[in-house]
Ligand binder design. Sequence first.
Ligand code: ATP
Length: 436
Amino acid sequence: MNRLSVSAAKKQGQGSVTVAGFVHNKRVHKGVVFVDLRDLSGLLQLVVLESEVTAYQAVEGLNLESVLEASGILQEKPAKKGAEPGEKDFELLVKEIKVLSSAAEQLPIQVLQKIDNEADLDNRLNWRFLDLRKEEHRLIFSVWTELEKGFRKYFSDQNFFQIYTPTLMSTASETGADVFAVKYFERQAYLSQSPQFYKQMAMAAGMEKVFMVGPVYRAEKSFTNRHVTEFTGLDFEISYIASHEDVMKTEEEMLVAGFQALAEKNLPLEFAVPTLPFPRLTLAEVKAKLAAKGIKSEADDDLNPEEERAICALVKEEMNHDFIFVTDYPVSARPFYHMRHEDNPQLTKSFDLLYQGIEITTGAQREHRVEVLEAQALEKGMNLEELADYLNFFRFGCPPHGGVGIGPARIIMKLLGLGNIKEAIFLPRDVKRLNP
Ligand code: ATP
Protein backbone atom coordinates (compact mmCIF):
# COMPACT_ATOMS: atom_id res chain seq x y z
CA MET A 1 0.00 0.00 0.00
CA ASN A 2 1.51 3.29 -1.07
CA ARG A 3 0.08 5.00 1.98
CA LEU A 4 1.11 8.16 3.76
CA SER A 5 0.16 8.82 7.36
CA VAL A 6 -2.29 11.67 7.88
CA SER A 7 0.39 13.92 9.36
CA ALA A 8 2.89 13.09 6.57
CA ALA A 9 0.21 13.81 3.94
CA LYS A 10 -0.55 17.19 5.53
CA LYS A 11 3.16 17.97 5.67
CA GLN A 12 3.53 17.10 1.99
CA GLY A 13 0.63 19.47 1.18
CA GLN A 14 -1.47 19.91 -1.92
CA GLY A 15 -1.49 17.02 -4.42
CA SER A 16 -2.30 13.34 -4.95
CA VAL A 17 -2.13 11.09 -1.93
CA THR A 18 -3.34 7.79 -0.45
CA VAL A 19 -4.19 7.58 3.23
CA ALA A 20 -5.73 4.81 5.36
CA GLY A 21 -7.31 4.56 8.77
CA PHE A 22 -10.49 4.21 10.82
CA VAL A 23 -13.75 6.05 10.16
CA HIS A 24 -13.73 8.26 13.25
CA ASN A 25 -16.84 10.23 12.34
CA LYS A 26 -19.11 10.65 9.35
CA ARG A 27 -21.59 13.31 8.22
CA VAL A 28 -23.94 12.67 5.31
CA HIS A 29 -25.21 15.81 3.55
CA LYS A 30 -27.07 16.22 0.29
CA GLY A 31 -24.64 15.29 -2.47
CA VAL A 32 -21.60 14.82 -0.21
CA VAL A 33 -20.34 12.62 2.64
CA PHE A 34 -17.68 13.95 5.02
CA VAL A 35 -15.59 11.33 6.76
CA ASP A 36 -13.10 12.07 9.54
CA LEU A 37 -10.39 9.51 8.92
CA ARG A 38 -8.23 8.65 11.93
CA ASP A 39 -4.82 7.05 11.96
CA LEU A 40 -2.14 7.01 14.61
CA SER A 41 -0.91 10.45 13.56
CA GLY A 42 -4.21 12.36 13.53
CA LEU A 43 -7.48 13.12 11.76
CA LEU A 44 -8.13 14.06 8.14
CA GLN A 45 -11.44 15.12 6.63
CA LEU A 46 -12.34 13.17 3.49
CA VAL A 47 -14.78 14.83 1.10
CA VAL A 48 -16.66 12.26 -0.96
CA LEU A 49 -18.86 13.87 -3.64
CA GLU A 50 -21.88 12.08 -5.07
CA SER A 51 -20.32 12.56 -8.51
CA GLU A 52 -17.61 10.02 -7.50
CA VAL A 53 -20.28 7.36 -7.69
CA THR A 54 -18.32 4.27 -6.58
CA ALA A 55 -16.54 6.00 -3.70
CA TYR A 56 -19.78 7.67 -2.56
CA GLN A 57 -21.67 4.39 -2.53
CA ALA A 58 -18.86 2.75 -0.57
CA VAL A 59 -18.92 5.28 2.29
CA GLU A 60 -22.54 6.35 2.40
CA GLY A 61 -23.77 3.42 4.48
CA LEU A 62 -20.47 2.63 6.20
CA ASN A 63 -20.41 2.35 10.00
CA LEU A 64 -18.04 4.22 12.32
CA GLU A 65 -14.71 2.46 13.00
CA SER A 66 -14.64 0.72 9.62
CA VAL A 67 -11.19 0.77 8.01
CA LEU A 68 -10.68 2.59 4.71
CA GLU A 69 -8.03 3.36 2.18
CA ALA A 70 -8.73 6.62 0.37
CA SER A 71 -6.94 8.18 -2.58
CA GLY A 72 -7.50 11.62 -4.02
CA ILE A 73 -6.28 15.19 -4.09
CA LEU A 74 -5.27 16.91 -0.88
CA GLN A 75 -6.46 20.48 -0.94
CA GLU A 76 -6.24 23.40 1.45
CA LYS A 77 -9.22 24.03 3.69
CA PRO A 78 -10.32 27.43 4.95
CA ALA A 79 -8.32 28.15 8.14
CA LYS A 80 -9.97 27.04 11.40
CA LYS A 81 -11.13 29.63 13.92
CA GLY A 82 -8.24 30.52 16.22
CA ALA A 83 -5.61 29.11 13.81
CA GLU A 84 -2.14 30.66 13.89
CA PRO A 85 -1.44 33.05 10.99
CA GLY A 86 -0.06 31.00 8.12
CA GLU A 87 -1.31 27.71 9.66
CA LYS A 88 -2.73 25.49 6.95
CA ASP A 89 -5.26 22.71 7.18
CA PHE A 90 -6.09 20.20 4.50
CA GLU A 91 -8.89 17.92 3.39
CA LEU A 92 -8.89 15.10 0.88
CA LEU A 93 -11.09 15.35 -2.20
CA VAL A 94 -11.63 11.63 -2.66
CA LYS A 95 -11.34 9.88 -6.04
CA GLU A 96 -11.19 6.28 -4.87
CA ILE A 97 -12.17 4.39 -1.72
CA LYS A 98 -11.28 0.85 -0.69
CA VAL A 99 -13.16 -0.52 2.30
CA LEU A 100 -10.50 -2.66 3.99
CA SER A 101 -12.78 -3.81 6.81
CA SER A 102 -16.31 -2.81 7.68
CA ALA A 103 -17.32 -2.47 11.33
CA ALA A 104 -20.60 -3.73 12.80
CA GLU A 105 -23.13 -1.03 13.55
CA GLN A 106 -23.39 -1.24 17.34
CA LEU A 107 -20.05 -0.49 18.95
CA PRO A 108 -19.80 -2.01 22.46
CA ILE A 109 -17.97 1.14 23.58
CA GLN A 110 -17.78 4.48 21.85
CA VAL A 111 -14.48 5.62 20.40
CA LEU A 112 -15.71 9.05 19.38
CA GLN A 113 -16.74 10.06 22.88
CA LYS A 114 -13.86 11.82 24.67
CA ILE A 115 -14.73 11.44 28.32
CA ASP A 116 -14.46 8.06 30.04
CA ASN A 117 -17.10 6.83 32.34
CA GLU A 118 -15.12 5.75 35.41
CA ALA A 119 -17.71 3.15 36.36
CA ASP A 120 -17.24 1.62 32.96
CA LEU A 121 -13.67 0.35 33.43
CA ASP A 122 -14.73 -3.30 33.38
CA ASN A 123 -16.52 -2.88 30.07
CA ARG A 124 -13.60 -0.87 28.68
CA LEU A 125 -11.28 -3.75 29.56
CA ASN A 126 -13.67 -6.27 27.98
CA TRP A 127 -13.32 -4.28 24.76
CA ARG A 128 -9.75 -3.14 25.31
CA PHE A 129 -8.89 -3.04 21.59
CA LEU A 130 -11.62 -0.44 21.04
CA ASP A 131 -10.69 1.38 24.24
CA LEU A 132 -7.09 1.70 23.03
CA ARG A 133 -8.19 3.35 19.80
CA LYS A 134 -8.46 6.52 21.90
CA GLU A 135 -5.30 8.57 21.79
CA GLU A 136 -5.42 9.43 25.48
CA HIS A 137 -5.41 5.72 26.38
CA ARG A 138 -2.60 4.87 23.99
CA LEU A 139 -0.54 7.52 25.77
CA ILE A 140 0.07 4.88 28.48
CA PHE A 141 2.18 2.87 26.06
CA SER A 142 4.06 5.88 24.75
CA VAL A 143 4.94 6.72 28.35
CA TRP A 144 6.11 3.19 29.16
CA THR A 145 8.06 2.96 25.89
CA GLU A 146 9.96 6.19 26.62
CA LEU A 147 10.52 5.45 30.31
CA GLU A 148 11.87 2.00 29.50
CA LYS A 149 14.08 3.45 26.77
CA GLY A 150 15.63 5.75 29.38
CA PHE A 151 16.02 2.92 31.92
CA ARG A 152 17.68 0.69 29.32
CA LYS A 153 20.02 3.44 28.23
CA TYR A 154 21.05 3.89 31.85
CA PHE A 155 21.63 0.14 32.29
CA SER A 156 23.56 -0.01 29.05
CA ASP A 157 25.74 3.00 29.96
CA GLN A 158 26.48 1.32 33.30
CA ASN A 159 27.37 -2.03 31.66
CA PHE A 160 24.51 -4.09 33.07
CA PHE A 161 23.69 -7.51 31.61
CA GLN A 162 20.09 -8.09 30.63
CA ILE A 163 18.85 -11.50 31.76
CA TYR A 164 15.61 -13.48 31.48
CA THR A 165 14.78 -15.86 34.29
CA PRO A 166 12.28 -18.75 34.33
CA THR A 167 8.80 -18.18 35.69
CA LEU A 168 8.08 -21.89 36.14
CA MET A 169 9.52 -23.11 39.44
CA SER A 170 9.56 -26.48 41.19
CA THR A 171 9.03 -24.98 44.62
CA ALA A 172 6.91 -22.07 45.72
CA SER A 173 9.37 -19.21 46.07
CA GLU A 174 9.99 -17.52 49.40
CA THR A 175 7.02 -17.98 51.69
CA GLY A 176 4.86 -20.32 49.64
CA ALA A 177 1.85 -18.07 50.14
CA ASP A 178 0.09 -16.30 47.27
CA VAL A 179 1.57 -18.58 44.61
CA PHE A 180 -0.20 -19.98 41.56
CA ALA A 181 0.24 -23.74 41.23
CA VAL A 182 0.19 -25.16 37.71
CA LYS A 183 0.16 -28.69 36.39
CA TYR A 184 3.59 -29.51 34.96
CA PHE A 185 3.37 -32.91 33.25
CA GLU A 186 3.19 -35.36 36.16
CA ARG A 187 4.27 -32.80 38.72
CA GLN A 188 3.17 -29.58 40.26
CA ALA A 189 4.99 -26.38 39.35
CA TYR A 190 4.55 -22.82 40.57
CA LEU A 191 4.57 -19.46 38.83
CA SER A 192 7.31 -17.19 40.03
CA GLN A 193 6.40 -14.33 42.36
CA SER A 194 9.67 -12.57 41.72
CA PRO A 195 12.94 -13.12 39.84
CA GLN A 196 14.75 -12.32 43.08
CA PHE A 197 16.54 -15.64 43.65
CA TYR A 198 17.71 -15.91 40.04
CA LYS A 199 19.04 -12.36 39.99
CA GLN A 200 21.03 -13.30 43.06
CA MET A 201 22.27 -16.38 41.22
CA ALA A 202 23.63 -13.99 38.57
CA MET A 203 25.58 -12.25 41.34
CA ALA A 204 26.95 -15.62 42.44
CA ALA A 205 27.86 -16.18 38.78
CA GLY A 206 30.02 -13.06 38.95
CA MET A 207 27.87 -11.02 36.55
CA GLU A 208 28.07 -8.01 38.90
CA LYS A 209 25.18 -5.97 37.41
CA VAL A 210 22.00 -7.40 35.87
CA PHE A 211 18.54 -6.12 35.05
CA MET A 212 15.41 -7.72 33.71
CA VAL A 213 11.88 -6.89 32.65
CA GLY A 214 9.45 -9.77 32.91
CA PRO A 215 6.18 -11.21 34.21
CA VAL A 216 5.55 -11.63 37.91
CA TYR A 217 2.60 -13.56 39.37
CA ARG A 218 0.79 -12.99 42.65
CA ALA A 219 -2.11 -15.20 43.72
CA GLU A 220 -3.40 -12.50 46.07
CA LYS A 221 -7.11 -11.98 46.45
CA SER A 222 -6.59 -8.22 46.40
CA PHE A 223 -9.33 -5.95 45.18
CA THR A 224 -7.41 -2.69 45.46
CA ASN A 225 -6.65 -0.13 42.75
CA ARG A 226 -2.94 -1.08 42.80
CA HIS A 227 -2.86 -4.89 42.70
CA VAL A 228 -3.17 -7.28 39.78
CA THR A 229 -2.37 -10.99 39.68
CA GLU A 230 0.15 -10.71 36.84
CA PHE A 231 2.34 -7.70 36.26
CA THR A 232 5.51 -6.71 34.50
CA GLY A 233 8.34 -6.37 36.97
CA LEU A 234 11.47 -4.33 36.44
CA ASP A 235 14.31 -5.69 38.53
CA PHE A 236 17.99 -5.11 38.95
CA GLU A 237 20.72 -6.51 41.14
CA ILE A 238 24.25 -5.18 41.69
CA SER A 239 27.38 -6.52 43.36
CA TYR A 240 30.16 -5.11 45.54
CA ILE A 241 27.88 -2.68 47.33
CA ALA A 242 28.74 -1.20 50.71
CA SER A 243 25.11 -1.09 51.80
CA HIS A 244 21.53 -0.58 50.57
CA GLU A 245 22.51 3.06 50.00
CA ASP A 246 24.33 2.00 46.80
CA VAL A 247 21.15 0.28 45.59
CA MET A 248 19.04 3.39 46.25
CA LYS A 249 21.56 5.54 44.42
CA THR A 250 21.38 3.27 41.38
CA GLU A 251 17.60 3.22 41.43
CA GLU A 252 17.18 6.98 41.67
CA GLU A 253 19.65 7.54 38.83
CA MET A 254 17.86 4.97 36.71
CA LEU A 255 14.47 6.57 37.38
CA VAL A 256 15.77 10.03 36.53
CA ALA A 257 17.19 8.66 33.25
CA GLY A 258 13.72 7.30 32.43
CA PHE A 259 11.96 10.56 33.27
CA GLN A 260 14.51 12.48 31.21
CA ALA A 261 13.90 10.24 28.19
CA LEU A 262 10.17 10.84 28.66
CA ALA A 263 10.64 14.60 28.88
CA GLU A 264 12.57 14.61 25.60
CA LYS A 265 9.59 13.10 23.78
CA ASN A 266 7.22 16.06 24.40
CA LEU A 267 4.15 13.92 24.97
CA PRO A 268 0.90 15.64 26.00
CA LEU A 269 1.64 15.11 29.65
CA GLU A 270 2.58 17.36 32.55
CA PHE A 271 5.31 16.20 34.89
CA ALA A 272 8.69 17.26 36.23
CA VAL A 273 11.91 15.25 36.03
CA PRO A 274 12.66 14.46 39.69
CA THR A 275 15.72 15.99 41.30
CA LEU A 276 18.58 13.99 42.83
CA PRO A 277 19.00 12.77 45.49
CA PHE A 278 15.51 11.55 46.41
CA PRO A 279 14.54 12.20 50.04
CA ARG A 280 15.39 9.37 52.46
CA LEU A 281 13.76 8.77 55.82
CA THR A 282 13.99 5.76 58.09
CA LEU A 283 10.74 4.00 58.90
CA ALA A 284 11.12 5.23 62.51
CA GLU A 285 11.45 8.83 61.27
CA VAL A 286 8.37 8.39 59.06
CA LYS A 287 6.36 7.04 61.99
CA ALA A 288 7.44 9.98 64.15
CA LYS A 289 6.50 12.51 61.49
CA LEU A 290 3.10 10.90 61.00
CA ALA A 291 2.46 10.73 64.74
CA ALA A 292 3.25 14.45 65.00
CA LYS A 293 0.48 15.05 62.44
CA GLY A 294 -1.93 12.89 64.39
CA ILE A 295 -1.94 10.05 61.85
CA LYS A 296 -2.49 6.72 63.58
CA SER A 297 -0.25 3.75 62.93
CA GLU A 298 -1.68 0.22 62.71
CA ALA A 299 1.68 -1.56 62.88
CA ASP A 300 5.12 -0.42 63.99
CA ASP A 301 6.98 -2.41 61.36
CA ASP A 302 5.25 -1.31 58.15
CA LEU A 303 3.21 1.44 56.50
CA ASN A 304 -0.42 1.00 55.51
CA PRO A 305 -1.78 2.66 52.36
CA GLU A 306 -3.08 5.65 54.30
CA GLU A 307 0.32 6.21 55.91
CA GLU A 308 1.99 5.91 52.49
CA ARG A 309 -0.30 8.62 51.12
CA ALA A 310 0.21 10.84 54.16
CA ILE A 311 4.01 10.66 54.22
CA CYS A 312 4.16 11.37 50.49
CA ALA A 313 1.93 14.41 50.95
CA LEU A 314 4.18 15.65 53.79
CA VAL A 315 7.36 15.15 51.79
CA LYS A 316 5.79 16.92 48.84
CA GLU A 317 4.90 19.84 51.07
CA GLU A 318 8.23 20.03 52.91
CA MET A 319 10.71 18.97 50.22
CA ASN A 320 8.70 19.38 47.03
CA HIS A 321 9.52 15.84 45.95
CA ASP A 322 7.25 13.10 44.57
CA PHE A 323 9.54 10.26 45.66
CA ILE A 324 10.68 9.11 49.07
CA PHE A 325 12.88 6.20 50.15
CA VAL A 326 11.71 4.72 53.44
CA THR A 327 14.59 2.72 54.89
CA ASP A 328 15.52 0.35 57.73
CA TYR A 329 12.43 -1.80 58.11
CA PRO A 330 12.37 -4.12 61.13
CA VAL A 331 13.23 -7.80 60.65
CA SER A 332 9.60 -8.75 61.33
CA ALA A 333 8.41 -6.98 58.16
CA ARG A 334 11.10 -8.28 55.82
CA PRO A 335 12.05 -11.63 54.27
CA PHE A 336 14.86 -13.76 55.69
CA TYR A 337 17.37 -12.78 53.01
CA HIS A 338 17.44 -9.05 53.80
CA MET A 339 20.74 -8.15 55.46
CA ARG A 340 20.55 -6.78 58.98
CA HIS A 341 22.38 -3.78 60.38
CA GLU A 342 25.52 -4.77 62.29
CA ASP A 343 24.85 -2.19 65.00
CA ASN A 344 21.13 -2.95 65.25
CA PRO A 345 20.25 -6.50 64.19
CA GLN A 346 16.56 -5.78 64.65
CA LEU A 347 16.64 -3.58 61.55
CA THR A 348 17.27 -4.60 57.95
CA LYS A 349 19.30 -2.83 55.28
CA SER A 350 16.15 -2.47 53.25
CA PHE A 351 13.91 0.17 51.76
CA ASP A 352 10.69 0.84 49.94
CA LEU A 353 10.42 3.62 47.40
CA LEU A 354 7.13 5.51 47.48
CA TYR A 355 5.91 7.68 44.60
CA GLN A 356 2.92 10.01 44.82
CA GLY A 357 1.37 8.07 47.67
CA ILE A 358 2.09 4.43 46.81
CA GLU A 359 4.88 1.91 47.09
CA ILE A 360 6.55 1.28 43.76
CA THR A 361 9.67 -0.63 44.86
CA THR A 362 11.06 -2.92 47.50
CA GLY A 363 14.84 -3.14 47.71
CA ALA A 364 17.60 -4.27 50.03
CA GLN A 365 21.11 -5.44 50.51
CA ARG A 366 20.84 -9.24 50.53
CA GLU A 367 22.56 -11.49 53.02
CA HIS A 368 25.33 -13.25 51.08
CA ARG A 369 27.01 -15.14 53.98
CA VAL A 370 25.48 -18.59 53.82
CA GLU A 371 25.71 -19.39 57.52
CA VAL A 372 23.97 -16.12 58.44
CA LEU A 373 21.38 -16.70 55.71
CA GLU A 374 20.62 -20.19 57.03
CA ALA A 375 20.27 -18.90 60.57
CA GLN A 376 17.92 -16.14 59.44
CA ALA A 377 15.86 -18.58 57.37
CA LEU A 378 15.50 -20.95 60.33
CA GLU A 379 14.54 -18.04 62.55
CA LYS A 380 11.70 -17.26 60.10
CA GLY A 381 10.57 -20.90 60.27
CA MET A 382 11.70 -21.82 56.77
CA ASN A 383 12.68 -25.25 55.54
CA LEU A 384 16.35 -25.31 54.53
CA GLU A 385 15.84 -28.34 52.31
CA GLU A 386 13.33 -26.47 50.19
CA LEU A 387 15.83 -23.63 49.93
CA ALA A 388 18.72 -25.93 49.00
CA ASP A 389 19.21 -24.66 45.42
CA TYR A 390 19.05 -21.06 46.59
CA LEU A 391 21.45 -21.58 49.50
CA ASN A 392 23.92 -23.29 47.17
CA PHE A 393 24.35 -19.97 45.32
CA PHE A 394 26.20 -18.70 48.39
CA ARG A 395 28.39 -21.70 49.22
CA PHE A 396 31.13 -21.14 46.69
CA GLY A 397 31.88 -17.44 47.02
CA CYS A 398 29.40 -14.65 46.37
CA PRO A 399 30.05 -10.89 46.37
CA PRO A 400 28.00 -8.64 48.66
CA HIS A 401 25.03 -7.49 46.63
CA GLY A 402 21.57 -5.96 46.60
CA GLY A 403 18.80 -4.96 44.29
CA VAL A 404 15.20 -3.98 43.75
CA GLY A 405 11.86 -5.12 42.41
CA ILE A 406 9.92 -2.30 40.77
CA GLY A 407 6.30 -2.22 39.59
CA PRO A 408 6.35 0.06 36.53
CA ALA A 409 2.57 0.01 36.07
CA ARG A 410 2.22 1.77 39.42
CA ILE A 411 4.61 4.49 38.23
CA ILE A 412 2.58 4.96 35.04
CA MET A 413 -0.69 4.96 36.94
CA LYS A 414 0.51 7.82 39.13
CA LEU A 415 2.31 9.71 36.39
CA LEU A 416 -0.85 9.78 34.30
CA GLY A 417 -3.19 10.29 37.25
CA LEU A 418 -5.13 7.08 36.48
CA GLY A 419 -7.59 5.80 39.06
CA ASN A 420 -6.60 2.14 38.75
CA ILE A 421 -3.44 0.20 37.90
CA LYS A 422 -5.46 -1.87 35.43
CA GLU A 423 -5.74 1.15 33.16
CA ALA A 424 -1.95 1.26 32.98
CA ILE A 425 -1.69 -2.34 31.74
CA PHE A 426 -2.32 -3.51 28.16
CA LEU A 427 -4.53 -6.40 29.29
CA PRO A 428 -4.74 -6.77 33.06
CA ARG A 429 -5.31 -9.97 34.99
CA ASP A 430 -7.04 -9.73 38.34
CA VAL A 431 -8.81 -12.11 40.70
CA LYS A 432 -11.81 -12.27 38.37
CA ARG A 433 -10.37 -11.38 34.99
CA LEU A 434 -8.79 -13.95 32.67
CA ASN A 435 -10.32 -12.59 29.45
CA PRO A 436 -9.89 -11.39 26.79
P1 ATP B 1 2.25 -4.35 48.25
O1 ATP B 1 2.71 -4.21 49.68
O2 ATP B 1 1.82 -3.07 47.61
O3 ATP B 1 1.31 -5.48 48.02
P2 ATP B 1 4.60 -5.93 47.90
O4 ATP B 1 5.34 -5.50 49.12
O5 ATP B 1 3.94 -7.25 47.88
O6 ATP B 1 3.57 -4.77 47.44
P3 ATP B 1 6.97 -6.54 46.40
O7 ATP B 1 6.79 -7.99 46.56
O8 ATP B 1 8.02 -5.87 47.16
O9 ATP B 1 5.58 -5.80 46.65
O10 ATP B 1 7.11 -6.21 44.84
C1 ATP B 1 7.91 -5.17 44.33
C2 ATP B 1 7.05 -4.15 43.59
O11 ATP B 1 6.21 -4.81 42.66
C3 ATP B 1 6.10 -3.36 44.46
O12 ATP B 1 6.73 -2.27 45.05
C4 ATP B 1 5.06 -2.94 43.47
O13 ATP B 1 5.50 -1.82 42.70
C5 ATP B 1 4.98 -4.10 42.54
N1 ATP B 1 3.87 -5.00 42.91
C6 ATP B 1 3.84 -5.88 43.92
N2 ATP B 1 2.69 -6.55 43.95
C7 ATP B 1 1.97 -6.10 42.92
C8 ATP B 1 0.68 -6.43 42.41
N3 ATP B 1 -0.06 -7.38 42.96
N4 ATP B 1 0.25 -5.75 41.32
C9 ATP B 1 1.01 -4.81 40.73
N5 ATP B 1 2.23 -4.46 41.16
C10 ATP B 1 2.71 -5.09 42.25
